[in-house]
Structure formats: C-alpha cells, structure tokens
Design a protein around this ligand. Structure first.
Ligand code: KG4
Ligand code: ZN
Length: 340
C-alpha cells in the first residue's frame, strides 16, 4: 500500500490530507483564512499567500498526526498546482517539491477543478466514470464529459461570471458580508423566490454554456433602481430576503437545467457535482429531484468535500497507477483556458 500526502493552497484554504492508494482518506485538515479576508470583503491574494506560508507546515503536521503516520510512511506527494492565485499556489507547489525531494518519493500535480469532481469518487466509494461532471465554484462553472477517471472534456462553461462569484457579488450588494455564498443561502431561507422575476440566461440555448452577469445586473437594478449604479445595501427584512431567494432560485434553475441537458446529450447515467456552490442546500435538493426524474444517479460529496480541501487531490492515485509523475519543474499555473 502506498500512502499519499496531498497539499492544497490554491485560494484561501490551507489544506493537507493523507490517503491510501485505494483511495481511502485517513485525514483531511483545512485551515480557513476567512477571518483574515472578511474585513476586505474578498480574498486578498498577497494576504492569502503569506497565510499559507505560515500555516502550511502546521497543517501538514496535523494531517500526519490525525492519520497516525509519519513523513517516513509517505510514498507519494500530490499538490493542486492549477488553477488558482499564483502566489498562493506557489507556496503549496514549493512545499510539495520539497517533501518529494527530501523523502525521495514521486510528485504528482493535480488540477484543482478536476479534483472537485474526484471528490465525488471519494464520496461514492466506488468508480463513478463515465459520468457528466458539473463543477460550480468561486472561479469556475463548467460541464464536463468524463468518460474515465483522468479524462475531462469541457462541454460547457460560463461566458462571464462563475456561479460562486455571482453569489459572492450579490451577497456583497445585499450587505451580507464575506464569504457570500453561505450568507446568501441563509438570507434566502426566509424569502419568497417568486417575489422578483430574475432572468434565467441561456436556459433555452442549445449550447451547454452559462451566463450570470445579466442576473447580477438585474439584482443591482432591483436594489437601487435603473439609475442607481451603486446602491446602498438594503436593510434586513422581507425585501432583502426576497431578492436573495429570487437570485438563488434563478441560479439553481439554470444549473440544474443545463446539467439535465448535458445528461441527455451525452447519454451518461451518472451526474457528479462538485465545488463550493454544491454545498448549497436548495441546489442539492433540486439536483436530487431532477436526477430522480431522469433515472440518473446523483453523486454529490458531503459539504466538507465540496469546498476546498486536499483530500480531493486523491485523483493522484489514478496518475500514480499509470506512472504519470511530475518533475521538479512542476509549475504553479494560475489560469487554465477552459473554452472548448
Ligand atoms: O470550490 P470553492 O471552495 O473554491 C473555489 O475553488 O473557488 O468555492 C467557493 C465558492 C464561493 O464563491 C462561495 O461563495 C461558494 O463557493 N459557496 C456557496 C456556498 N458555500 C460556498 N455558494 C452558495 N451556497 C453555499 N452554501
Ligand atoms: Zn475549489
């Protein structure tokens, strides 16, 4: 059995995990930086990179301790090296190279976005491929055709904002603070989703792409009127809750509808959904209803595996089996071109 040490530092979570080649997760430690970024209303790249530098080694120590192993037991090091904030990624990639070199074990670079789908494989506990993959995070909204564990063919993507980004921006507009997604979900719980008629962009388009910027602008006008480009946040109350509920419902309807369209087009019988927005309860419920109606298996990880973590780098196990290792020239790559 080979034991893997995995590292994640792509954005604002410093994370490490230990897993076996099964793959079975022995530990997964996540140190969130939310406290550091909240007062800026968003993630500050330089602050994130410095915090990773301070927190990564203690987080690795914790992960080893919780797995009841030592560095000497580790047979392979995996790291998310793309996409993300370049300074943040560099901390993880450099540390991973250091561990690989010092321990004399192979290094594997893992794509963080693909990792969000591999979290579904971990959650399922069995092979989930072929499947349709939907990643809905702060930086990406992507539909994939996944014929096998290491093949991810993009079949749809956002033309402007990512869904998580829209959640964060609308939450800021409503004065709900940072991080926006969970705050908006809480606010929406007491609102009427039908009180405002927000657009469902591209829902009838034959392409599998998404667009959320029109929805964001519609929310802006609902808050401040057509001429008020920078409105003050509305006070707590039904008006604010209704906007949150209407926005959330619009995003959920578009995401679920596009996932159904992809399932029909590709003919797969499984849908794997990952990324931070997959932690949203109304979204999870709507996906569940759609998949049941379509006779499709829905694979969606528990909340802790939806948001950023290092366990999802267990995709490295698949590369390991094929002998696909990285060299010490493995680079942090901030952006990936995800157009088809
Ligand atoms: O996957 P993730 O943790 O980081 C990236 O790779 O981007 O996703 C973060 C995104 C943020 O935009 C956050 O607001 C959103 O996921 N998010 C949510 C919820 N929890 C996190 N969006 C809606 N509802 C939630 N409960
Ligand atoms: Zn992520």
């Amino acid at each position: 059995m080979t034991l893997f040490l995995a590292i994640e530092t792509s954005c604002d979570e410093t994370a490490a995990a230990v897993f076996t080649d099964e793959p079975r997760v022995l530990s997964s430690v996540v140190a969130s930086q939310t406290d550091l970024h909240a007062r800026f209303g968003g993630v500050v790249p330089e602050v994130a990179a410095r915090a990773h530098l301070q927190r990564l080694l203690p987080v690795v120590d914790d992960a080893l301790r919780q797995a009841n192993v030592t560095l000497a037991d580790i047979g392979c090091v995996a790291v998310h090296h793309t996409p993300g904030l370049v300074g943040a990624l560099l901390v993880g990639v450099t540390a991973a190279k250091m561990f690989s070199l010092a321990l004399g074990v192979p290094l594997i670079g893992v794509n963080h976005v693909h990792g969000h789908l591999y979290a579904c494989r971990l959650a399922a506990g069995h092979d989930i491929f072929p499947c349709v993959g939907l990643v809905v995070s702060g930086g990406h909204t992507l539909l994939f055709d996944c014929p096998s564990a290491l093949t991810f063919r993009v079949v749809g993507s956002t033309l402007d904002d990512a869904a998580g980004e829209a959640f964060d921006k609308v939450a800021a507009l409503l004065g709900l603070g940072f991080p926006g997604g969970p705050a908006l979900e809480r606010e929406a719980a007491s609102g009427n989703p039908k009180a405002f008629k927000f657009p469902r962009s591209m829902i009838h388009d034959e392409r599998l792409d998404f667009s959320f910027s029109g929805l964001k602008t519609a929310v802006l006008y609902s808050v401040g009127g057509q001429n008020n480009a920078r409105p003050a946040a509305p006070p707590p109350g039904p008006f604010r809750a209704d906007i949150a509920a209407g926005f959330q419902q619009a995003v959920v309807e578009v995401l679920v509808s596009k996932a159904r369209q992809a399932l029909r087009e590709l003919g797969h019988e499984r849908l794997a959904v990952g990324g931070g927005v997959a932690a949203n309860r109304p979204f999870r419920e709507a996906l569940g209803r759609m998949c049941e109606a379509q006779g499709v298996e829905l694979i969606i990880p528990p909340m802790s595996l939806c948001t950023d973590n290092a366990a999802m780098a267990a995709m490295a196990v698949e590369s390991y089996r094929l002998g696909r290792f990285a060299g010490l020239d493995l680079d942090a790559m901030p952006s990936l071109e995800y157009r088809q």
